[in-house]
Ligand binder design. Structure first.
Ligand code: ZN
Length: 341
């Protein structure tokens, strides 16, 4: 990409961001909402992103699977270091709800045996994804590039987004109902704990195309078929653990099967499968520049190729579960926890 093309592309991305901006609280108790919708963190800023940041050219940075550097041919050549303050935020909660509903997981060590903790992390992961879907749809309708210059493309993309949002809206209602009833054990959970810290964090929700054993799940062009969700969180802790949470609605049979097949895997296969999902499905994934360094040149190239090959435009080429060559949970990527020094 020539320099002016790159500038033009960045300008378009920035305009799309402005045109698609929505500020709206995800929580059900609207009468308690404060007027101010804040830039809420989908991943804990002070506790989790702190564990990931390290120096790049004298500044503390983290790396994300969303911010990519391209060469002049449009090929991904690196991850762009970003500051943790702007990382992983979205305008999806009002000040009151963001402060109050997540208090319990902000102020306490996360306990995977506590369904409320697992629910709150899943709820926030889904809210982030739901908000992004709603914003993208607004962008396709409002942004000049899609509504005027490339109208047909815009209409097609908007149509796909409407269907995605329809399926998400159902899950939003269900999650808010569970929250209202405080029946946190109603979600179907698969949790996993490593007793060491890996500097990777993510929070998101996705529609798996295939189960681990290769059963086709969410991969249909029939608009009457509802896509099912899996909420996904990787959460390193200051006490030196790495927590993995996957969850879904119990009536979503495809998602339940997806989690059950993962649950049957032995340690190494499970960790590799989770690494593969982080690469293939979640842009809201962050790693430490230290982990990036440890990947080495070949590992870095592998990661960049895998991110590119599994983006939504290219993912269709895989006729089964995508297997990454990288295992982020390998002990070589371990980081010493601050509380144990
Ligand atoms: Zn609110």
């Amino acid at each position: 990409m020539k320099e002016n093309l790159e500038i033009e592309l960045n300008k378009q991305i920035s305009e799309f961001g402005k045109d698609s901006r929505i500020k709206e609280c995800f929580h059900f108790e609207k009468k308690l909402c404060s007027d101010k919708i804040i830039s809420a963190h989908s991943i804990q800023n002070n506790k989790v992103l702190n564990l990931l940041e390290s120096e790049v050219n004298g500044n503390l940075k983290v790396l994300s699977f969303l911010y990519l550097k391209h060469n002049k041919f449009g090929k991904v050549i690196s991850l762009k270091p970003i500051g943790k303050k702007s990382a992983s935020t979205f305008f999806g909660f009002c000040n009151y709800h963001d402060t109050n509903i997540f208090k319990e997981i902000e102020n306490n060590e996360i306990d995977l045996n506590n369904d409320k903790h697992c629910f709150l992390l899943s709820y926030r992961a889904f809210a982030k994804d739901y908000h992004a879907k709603k914003e993208t749809l607004k962008g396709y309708k409002k942004n000049k590039f899609y509504s005027i210059t490339h109208k047909l493309l815009g209409l097609n993309l908007a149509e796909g987004s409407e269907i995605g949002l329809r399926d998400s809206s159902f899950v939003k209602k269900r999650l808010n109902k569970i929250f209202e009833k405080k029946q946190f054990d109603e979600l179907y959970y698969l949790t996993y704990e490593l007793d060491y810290l890996i500097p990777i964090a993510l929070s998101g929700s996705f529609n798996p195309n295939y189960s681990y054993k290769g059963k086709k799940l969410n991969k249909s062009s029939d608009i009457n078929i509802i896509y099912e969700f899996v909420n996904f969180v990787i959460h390193p802790t200051t006490s030196g653990k790495t927590l993995i949470i996957l969850s879904c609605l119990p009536e979503h049979e495809k998602s339940v099967l997806f989690l059950d097949e993962l649950d049957e895997l032995k340690t190494l296969k499970f960790e590799k499968a989770v690494s593969s999902l982080a690469i293939a499905y979640i842009e809201n994934t962050f790693i430490s520049p230290i982990l990036w360094e440890k990947l080495g040149v070949i590992g870095q190239e592998t990661l960049l190729n895998e991110i590119e090959n599994t983006n939504p435009m290219n993912r269709g080429q895989y006729k089964g579960f995508f297997h990454s060559e990288i295992n982020f949970f390998d002990l070589k990527f371990k980081k010493t926890a601050p509380n144990t020094v």
